[in-house]
Design a protein around this ligand. Structure first.
Ligand SMILES: Nc1ncnc2c1ncn2[C@@H]1O[C@H](COP(=O)(O)OP(=O)(O)OP(=O)(O)O)[C@@H](O)[C@H]1O
Ligand SMILES: [Mg+2]
Length: 406
């Protein structure tokens, strides 16, 4: 039988009440990844965490935010029960956990009978109400998740994701983290010239519960821009050990700490990619002007529609565009039933050497004045909603910095 003394909440109640409660409360054990309560679901029992940890997650403007975590001894549901509302948030446990449920009537009866208990409840109520209502709103301003995706390889997902992330960090002064979710054959380490000793695999070995400092410890800094990168496992055969649930959790934890979470993906549509698409705020669907790409992009857009993904969450990006492509962009838009949001020109003489040097082209002197750089500036300006300030774009001092010229 559970010792009720682990709940500070009951410290003011006499033993006879605790004995009564033991008979009234129900207990349940859950496996990892269980959602015990959904937002807006009826809540007529007070919930106590006996073992494990749960996250309290609330959706604001179609974005999931972890408001706070519940540890053993913590309770959830005071605000809803006292206000007579359904659950204001969802409760999810990422590891195994054990809960106790106390019927609403028993809870209200104790408040009426014991002033000490009523005071304890009032204090928790105040704290929770502010976490659920006010902090939730401010957290909705937290990091935007932007994913570069297509099911066909070679569209430029990795190159454009890397350059976008670097540009936002360097010139918009945003706090940016780039997740390389091409877990078996990710290219971000090469594209950004990063050492390979830190990677996502190390997070699998961290003792749960996963916290922001664990993740930060395994991010790799890109010194020239301030961008941080979560690299894939060091060997392709380890890719399968990274579960979609872990990626969901990582993004959830990173969100309040970054302005942008940029995700590069593998060219397939498995459970991992579906999870990533679901948790993204924006999906940049990368394509080139070839019939095979157009066909696959169309199939993908239709699928996303069937999955009820909001239409404005998906932006079609035409990469490697040039004048005589043999296909009219307007006709392609008509066939996709989607506008092309961004055109990134083909500039092999700028992009290819930058890939080979491991220096993103937005940082290189040779890209100055080129159309491909201008297209990247436009793309970043739409992501931030801000033009970059005059003066921050000083290419000469930037080049000196990157190449160590004094
Ligand atoms: N705008 C561009 N102009 C010229 N070359 C480009 C451009 N964008 C990408 N490339 C070239 O296309 C190649 C493929 O790009 P990238 O590796 O980013 O594609 P991807 O979509 O990530 O492919 P995969 O699905 O195989 O990972 C790169 O080697 C790069 O040199
Ligand atoms: Mg790639």
């Amino acid at each position: 039988m559970i010792d009720f003394k682990i709940f500070p909440f009951f410290s003011t109640l006499p033993t006879r009440e605790l004995d009564k409660l033991k008979k009234l409360c129900r207990f349940k054990k859950y496996s990892s990844g269980t959602i015990v309560k959904n937002e807006k679901e009826d809540l007529d029992e007070l919930i106590f965490v006996v073992e494990g940890q749960l996250s309290v997650v609330k959706t604001f403007r179609q974005r999931k935010n972890t408001l706070f975590n519940l540890d053993p001894g913590d309770t959830y549901g005071e605000v809803e029960i006292l206000n007579g509302t359904p659950s204001l948030a969802s409760l999810v446990g990422y590891q195994e956990f054990h809960l106790m449920y106390m019927p609403k009537d028993a809870f209200l009866r104790l408040i009426g009978l014991y002033p000490g208990f009523a005071k304890e409840t009032r204090d928790i109520y105040r704290r929770r109400a502010s976490q659920l209502l006010e902090e939730g709103v401010s957290k909705s301003q937290a990091g935007k998740v932007v994913t570069f995706f297509n099911v066909k390889g070679g569209a430029g997902k990795s190159v454009i994701a890397a350059n976008t992330a670097v540009m936002l960090a360097k010139f918009w002064k945003k706090k940016v983290v780039l997740l390389d979710m091409n877990l078996a054959f990710g290219d971000q380490g090469i594209l950004l010239g990063l050492p390979a000793d830190n990677h996502i695999q190390k997070l699998v070995d961290e003792r749960p519960p996963l916290k922001i400092n664990h993740i930060e410890k395994h991010l790799t800094l890109h010194p020239a821009s301030g961008l941080k990168v979560l690299l894939p496992p060091p060997m392709p055969e380890l890719a399968d050990t990274i579960k979609p649930m872990l990626v969901d959790q990582i993004v959830d934890i990173l969100r309040p700490h970054y302005d942008f979470i940029i995700i590069d993906t593998h060219n397939q549509l498995s459970e991992l990619e579906l999870k990533i698409l679901e948790i993204s705020d924006l999906v940049m669907l990368m394509m080139t002007m070839e019939l095979t790409f157009i066909k696959n992009t169309k199939l993908l857009l239709d699928l996303l529609q069937r999955l009820k993904m909001p239409r404005d969450k998906v932006k079609v990006v035409l990469n490697r565009a040039f004048k005589s492509m043999g296909l009219e962009p307007a006709k392609v838009e008509k066939s996709l039933r989607y506008a092309i949001s961004h055109f990134i020109p083909s500039e092999g003489n700028i992009v290819v050497p930058s890939v080979n040097k491991g220096i993103p082209f937005v940082l290189s002197k040779t890209s100055e004045g080129t159309d491909v750089l201008m297209a990247m500036k436009k793309l970043c300006a739409t992501l931030t909603g801000e033009e970059f300030e005059k003066g921050t774009w000083n290419m000469f001092s930037l080049v000196k910095e990157v190449f160590g010229i004094s």
